[in-house]
Design a protein around this ligand. Structure first.
Ligand code: DX5
Ligand code: ZN
Length: 213
């Protein structure tokens, strides 16, 4: 069964705590926490202080997606704040193996992310194996973008290059594109707009999972 990770980027930032509670009651499997620095991507969000506070009000695991340059500087902050998965972009660092080691040695899952135009072969050049590969369905930086049609094919290629890693897909996921990703082998789907639009988070999560009646 595919897991759904709602992206807090699409939540109402004026009441994040209530949004997290509602997502938990709606059956979200984990929470996707997008961290942006205004350099690696042209947008900014939140940091470990917010994560530490939200962690206290939910049992859901936090799936931290770092869209920042030089993530080595801030990874220890997110480990300390209670992240359960930390994913960084391979283009953002010159020391991916060291970062994977730091995250895994903290007892949490380590992920690497591939943008739509990333050279996928770089994951097979890593010396350490990531626990997860996050395949972007859009250019990182903003919610509400259109799913890139070559994403399912990139999911299949990623699984071939890194067969032991969980495959997570992020960006442009809705009921229809979710099914394409599941068929291609995705195990975790991030969804922002498709979870938060039109009212019922529970109905939206079930519909993305393909369980809607
Ligand atoms: C984009 C973020 C995504 C984003 C997804 O850079 O990494 O997590 O919130 O939003 P939707 O589901 O609206 O494409
Ligand atoms: Zn994300």
């Amino acid at each position: 069964m595919v897991l759904i990770a709602p992206s807090l980027l699409a939540a109402n930032p004026a009441c994040l705590g209530d949004e997290v509670k509602q997502l938990e009651n709606a059956g979200a499997d984990l929470l996707h926490f997008d961290v942006m620095d205004g350099h690696f991507v042209p947008n900014m969000t939140y940091g470990p202080f917010i994560l530490r506070k939200l962690k206290k009000i939910t049992h859901m695991p936090f799936d931290v997606h770092l869209m920042v340059d030089n993530p080595e500087k801030i990874i220890p902050w997110f480990i300390e704040a209670g992240a359960d998965i930390i994913t960084f972009h391979l283009e953002a660092t010159s020391q991916p193996d060291e970062l994977l080691k730091t995250i895994q040695n903290a007892g949490i899952k380590a992920g690497v992310s591939l943008k739509p135009n990333s050279n996928m072969k770089i994951i097979s050049q890593l010396n350490r194996t990531p626990d997860l590969v996050l395949v972007m369905g859009v250019e990182p930086g903003f919610g509400g973008q259109t799913f890139r049609p070559d994403t399912p094919q990139r999911i299949v290629q990623t699984k071939q290059l890194c067969p032991s890693a969980l495959i997570e897909v992020d960006g442009g996921i809705n009921q229809k594109t979710a099914q394409l990703c599941i068929d291609a082998g995705a195990e975790i789907l991030v969804a922002g707009t498709a979870v938060f639009e039109n009212g019922s988070y529970k109905k939206n999560i079930l519909s993305i999972k393909g369980d809607a009646q």
